[in-house]
Design a protein around this ligand. Structure first.
Ligand code: PLP
Length: 247
């Protein structure tokens, strides 16, 4: 099988989904799409040749960081049946309370996602204009290496995730997080509140420094899951923290 995320973590590169679907078809292998970052609002994998779709419901779909849940779905009964059997046999069935929490979150998903991505776009532009920020990674920006592909694959929905790289290294990163007390430092994403993660010391800590450098993941690199707060509040908090990082 081919397992692909539409938008990669944490540099937010956009996969050439059409070409990948063609390769899967040509070689008669299953195409599995993890749609967690993109959500059905940005991308509908079954419409583009996916055999199986995965979601971490924990993230944007439930949206409140209070439930750990995921789903895996296929339209083909020959694939869905063994997935169902495995889930039931191995006890991977969620509790009613988790399902209730997720459903409660889903009611506001459309509103949350719309607002969060508006905020992400505005915050990305704001960060790009700050002294102290070396680079901003947001598929909705014209300077993103996959901007044209993002338009083709995601349309008007580049999402709520952005990353940026400070000019400085680890000391600058430490100063940044200390100066941003209202932006929780958390490896999860998709909450109503903005959260910050530091890939070099968390998700990508297993890579060598050299491999991280190749990906552009420096010690001053942060990933931001943008929430639904007041945008002016977000801009001022990030501006103050970037300023503190440059000292
Ligand atoms: C893209 C993606 N897929 C799947 C997962 C796994 O989700 P969960 O923590 O709900 O098991 C994550 C978690 O970070 C994720 O970011």
């Amino acid at each position: 099988m081919i397992l692909v995320e539409v938008v990669s973590n944490p540099t937010l590169r956009v996969a050439d989904m059409g070409a990948i679907a063609d390769i899967a078809k040509r070689h008669n292998v299953l195409l599995v799409v993890d749609n967690t970052f993109t959500t059905p609002a940005s991308y509908r994998p079954f419409d583009h040749g996916a055999d199986i779709v995965l979601h971490s419901v924990t993230k944007l779909l439930a949206g409140h960081s209070d439930v750990t849940l995921g789903y895996v779905a296929s339209k083909d009964p020959d694939i869905q049946k063994p997935i169902y059997d495995a889930a039931v046999t191995w006890g991977m069935t969620p509790s009613p309370y988790e399902c209730w929490l997720a459903e409660r979150g889903l009611h506001s998903f459309g509103l949350r996602f719309e607002r969060a991505q508006q905020n992400a776009s505005a915050l990305a532009d704001h960060l790009a204009g700050l002294t102290g920020v070396a680079q901003v990674y947001y598929p909705g920006r014209a300077d993103h290496p996959d901007h044209n592909r993002a338009r083709a694959v995601l349309g008007d929905n580049p999402g709520n995730m952005l990353s940026f790289r400070l000019n400085g290294g680890r000391e600058a990163a430490n100063a940044f997080t200390k100066a941003a007390p209202h932006i929780p430092f958390a490896p999860t994403l998709g909450d109503v509140g903005t959260t910050l993660s530091h890939p070099a010391s968390s998700s990508h800590r297993a890579l060598s420094e050299q491999d991280r450098q190749k990906l552009g993941i420096t010690q001053g690199f942060f990933r931001v899951s943008v929430g639904i707060e007041d945008i002016d509040q977000l801009k001022s908090e990030f501006a103050a923290a970037v300023k503190a990082s440059a000292v």
